[in-house]
Design a protein around this ligand. Structure first.
Ligand code: TTP
Ligand code: MG
Length: 369
């Protein structure tokens, strides 16, 4: 029986939009989004809660958002500011624990099992973190507290925005019974629909299926479904000192169905990947190139290929073009998301973490501004 952990999941509320309102109080109370311009096929990165009431949400075309909410103000993102705020969040987190796993700029898991502040109460620690973020950064974050990562993430969403919610170990069996399977990380529309056809809508329903059935229908992921249905998740909080991969991806406002257009997008992804990889290239070298394609029906495929010794640079566009051209016909449907990535090896020998490419990737749902 593994030791029970105390995990906190922190997620800032309407992050980019909240930072913008904080820095420009004139924006308080009005529907606001951060994103790209409607006249340039821009996409909404996020919207504040006033705008969400109109149905505006992340990854939506800015033009569509303006149709739903004509008074919506869309402002361009200031990524440097968001990165700086994120570093400030982490500064506060580090006063409680060094076991921090960032998922994105505004989201992180904290393992506070060994923190002895507040008599070791994870709920009181989370409350204190929220208090300090509010006092020092004038932003709100929601917090979820639970014995594992899966439930902590569900919990932070439970009372959002500006919420805190604890699932104590003894509450887990009762809590999961009514929990919709759509709340499980990794259960997207396709899996949810497949489960619905099997009569499964909640984790309680899911518990009625045998491990054998689940593995038969979902392969390796079946084991994971079997566990999380019972509130079991053994994944440790992974500090991100070492990584196995790096990737960038984009969800498009309009699906792409022509190869030349995909090639253009891949080239843009490669530029961004080069920037991001450049920051860690002194510590890692790439071993494989990876392309990910999500089709309009949310099915997806990935294709990876080892980087040989033939001498071409890792970011040779021709190679990535060929990977896309090979992978796309597998689904041969319009494409809603493209991703480009690299599998990595540390230059110095060291332990690799469990982070896998695209899985639980914080960029999964992110759209380009
Ligand atoms: P989220 O935490 O998913 O969203 P949020 O913080 O705006 O709102 P909330 O947590 O209250 O529901 O994402 C964090 C930031 O990441 C968000 O402010 C903007 C960016 N983002 C994108 O750029 N594109 C996306 O598709 C998503 C989901 C987020
Ligand atoms: Mg958030």
């Amino acid at each position: 029986m593994p030791q029970l952990r105390k995990i906190i999941h922190i997620d800032a509320d309407s992050f980019y939009a909240s930072v913008e309102t904080r820095d420009n109080p004139e924006l308080v109370g009005r529907p606001l989004a951060v994103g790209g311009r409607a006249d340039r096929r821009g996409v909404i990165a996020t919207a504040n809660y006033e705008a969400r009431r109109f149905g505006v949400h992340s990854a939506m075309a800015a033009s569509r958002a303006l149709t739903l909410c004509p008074q919506l103000l869309i402002i361009p993102p200031r990524f440097e500011v968001y990165r700086a705020v994120s570093a400030q969040f982490h500064g506060i987190f580090r006063d409680y624990t060094h076991l921090i796993e960032p998922l994105s700029l505004d989201e992180a898991f904290l393992d506070v099992t060994d923190c002895d502040q507040f008599q070791g109460s994870a709920t009181l620690i989370a409350a204190d973190i929220r208090r300090r973020v509010q006092a020092e950064l004038r932003l709100t974050v929601s917090a979820g507290i639970a014995p594992n990562k899966f439930l902590a993430k569900v919990a932070s969403d439970w009372q959002k925005p500006d919420g805190i919610f604890t699932i104590a170990p003894e509450q887990v069996p009762g809590f999961v019974l009514a929990l919709p399977v759509s709340k499980i990380n990794g259960v997207g529309r396709v899996t949810a629909e497949k489960l619905r056809r099997m009569g499964v809508q909640t984790c309680g329903d899911l518990q009625l299926l045998s491990l054998e059935t689940l593995v038969q229908r979902f392969g390796k992921y079946g084991q994971r479904l079997h566990d999380v249905a019972r509130g079991i998740d053994q994944r440790q909080v992974q500090t991100s000192r070492l990584r196995k991969s790096i990737s960038v991806e984009r969800t498009y406002a309009q699906d792409i169905d022509l190869m030349p257009a995909m090639i253009v997008q891949v080239d843009e992804l490669l530029l961004e990947l080069a920037t991001r990889f450049g920051k860690i290239a002194d510590r890692y070298f790439p071993t494989k190139r990876v392309i990910k394609i999500k089709y309009s029906d949310f099915t997806q495929t990935t294709l990876e290929e080892a980087i040989g010794d033939s001498g071409e640079p890792w970011n040779d566009p021709a190679v990535f073009h060929r990977l896309v051209a090979t992978a796309w016909p597998r689904g041969a449907k319009p494409v809603r998301l493209l991703g480009a990535g690299l599998r990595l090896q540390p230059r110095r020998a060291g332990e690799l973490d469990q982070m896998s490419l695209f899985e639980d990737d914080p960029l999964e749902a992110q759209a380009g501004p």
